[in-house]
Design a protein around this ligand. Structure first.
Ligand code: AMP
Length: 120
C-alpha cells in the first residue's frame, strides 16, 4: 500500500491538527487515543512514513528501530505500567482492522485487559 501523506497521524505529526501529546523525541510521537478502550490507551507513532509494522520492519534502519523501541519503553515507564501490566498491539490492513494507515502501536493499561481476542 502506498503511504498516504494526508492520513490523520501524518497531519498530527506535522502539527496541522491537535493531539493530546504525552511524549516526543526524534523517533516517535506518543499521544492519547481519542476513543480510549482502557483507562490508559496511548498511541505511539514513528516520525517516518511507514504504513504498518510490516512496512516498518522492512524499511527502518537498526538505529530507527532501536530509537522507536526506546520511545515506547519510555512511555510505558512514564505510566508506571511494568508491575500491573499492559498490552501492546499493532493492527495491519483489513483483517487486522487497521483504520489509520500510519504505523502505530497501541499501549493499553490501567485495568485487567482480558483475553487477547473476542472469540467469533
Ligand atoms: P487502528 O485501528 O489500529 O488503525 O486504530 C486507530 C486508532 O486511532 C483508533 O483507536 C482511533 O480511536 C485513533 N484515532 C483516530 N483519530 C485520532 C486522533 N485524531 N487522535 C487520537 N487518536 C485517534
Amino acid at each position: 500500500m502506498e503511504y498516504d501523506k494526508n492520513n490523520i497521524f501524518a497531519r498530527i505529526l506535522r502539527k496541522e491538527i491537535p493531539a493530546d501529546i504525552i511524549y516526543e523525541d526524534e523517533y516517535a510521537l506518543a499521544f492519547h487515543d481519542v476513543n480510549p478502550q482502557a483507562p490508559i490507551h496511548v498511541l505511539v507513532i514513528p516520525k517516518k512514513e511507514y504504513v504498518s509494522f510490516f512496512d516498518f520492519a522492512e524499511k527502518a534502519s537498526p538505529e530507527f528501530v532501536y530509537g522507536f523501541t526506546k520511545a515506547i519503553h519510555h512511555v510505558i515507564k512514564s505510566f508506571d505500567l511494568r508491575k500491573d501490566g499492559f498490552r501492546i498491539l499493532s493492527n495491519h490492513s483489513v483483517h487486522g482492522g487497521q483504520e489509520v494507515p500510519h504505523f502505530h502501536f497501541h499501549i493499553f493499561g490501567g485495568r485487567p485487559l482480558g483475553r487477547m481476542l473476542t472469540p467469533p
